[in-house]
Design a protein around this ligand. Structure first.
Ligand SMILES: [Zn+2]
Length: 301
């Protein structure tokens, strides 16, 4: 059994904020694209885990209800998609606690899982695991056990396991899937790797990972959006604008192939929400979702 996971963020407002220095709320594109993924999953009869931004839940609560109605698991992907290394422990606590509260208020049951934006839990941000336990998360799936340029935790164990923390508490970690090639650990099974490589490469990697442990497939709703509007870069200096346009083009590359690749993966592999994959792997109900949500005051974000 493998984990099917979706990081639900709106490409347009996250890109505008990170690259164009323009802030704004998520756009309806995130609703359209997530609905399309929900339809694909329903057709294939599979359920998964949706890691959601608090700001998406705030603007589009009906989308959260629609995901829950499909018996998928809901989890947290931060509030405004800010990488952990850009935050103080207090700011991180607010990001994840507010997003958790927002989603729990909509669905009426406890949210147990977390994935950091851009896999930003690394050796220098391991303090974040302690914060997650304090806030009430049971598991995290943010660690890429690779020596990456932008993210990664070299040498991190590959299996689902409990991490003992300094305070004596523990959190379950579900590391992202990697394959070893020529002695080097490489990322596989999702996101840009799914988009850029031919479909058979991801299917081969999934098969290889699944021989040893559950594979973790991850994707973003925007990766199947084909009619993304052009970006406005006139307010940027020439060099920045050129770089940003290049990044945007790279983000659009091969999107046309993604839906077919996902459909094929859904038919070829067995998937389940992450909570169930954890219970299966650890032989426990440590990630059981049948606990009452905390009550949240009117001032929760
Ligand atoms: Zn993300």
């Amino acid at each position: 059994m493998n984990a099917l996971t979706v990081d639900v963020e709106d490409y347009h407002n996250v890109f505008a904020r990170d690259r164009l220095a323009r802030s704004g709320p998520p756009t309806r594109a995130v609703v359209r694209n997530t609905q399309k993924l929900l339809d694909l999953f329903a057709e294939a009869g599979v359920r998964g885990t949706f890691f959601l931004l608090g700001e998406v839940a705030e603007c589009f609560p009906q989308l959260i209800r629609d995901i829950a109605a499909g018996n998928h698991e809901l989890a947290v992907h931060g509030y405004h998609h800010r990488q952990v290394f850009k935050l103080s422990p207090d700011e991180f606590r607010r990001e994840v606690a507010d997003a958790k509260a927002r989603i729990e208020d909509i669905i009426g049951c406890a949210v147990l899982g977390h994935r950091a934006p851009a896999f930003s839990i690394m050796p220098q941000t391991r303090w974040a695991l302690e914060v997650l336990v304090e806030v009430g998360f049971r598991y995290d799936s943010s660690i890429f056990p690779i020596a990456g340029r932008r993210y990664g935790w070299p040498g991190f164990p590959l299996d689902i396991h409990k991490i003992p923390l300094e305070t004596g508490r523990q959190i379950i970690e579900v590391p992202l899937s990697t394959i070893s090639l020529l002695g080097k650990r490489l990322p596989s099974c999702g996101g840009g790797y799914l988009r850029h490589f031919p479909g058979f490469v991801t299917r081969w990697a999934m098969r290889r990972v699944a021989q040893k442990r559950p594979a973790v497939l991850y994707m973003h709703p925007y990766e199947i959006e084909l009619d993304a509007p052009a970006i406005e870069t006139a307010h940027l200096d020439w060099a920045t604008a050129r770089r940003v346009r290049w990044i945007h083009r790279l983000q659009l590359r091969n999107r046309r192939t993604v839906e077919t690749k996902i459909t094929r993966l859904l038919s070829e592999f067995r998937f389940a929400p992450m909570r169930e994959v954890i219970d299966h792997a650890l032989g426990t109900h440590s990630a059981d979702n049948q606990v009452a949500p905390q009550t949240h005051g009117p001032d929760s974000k």
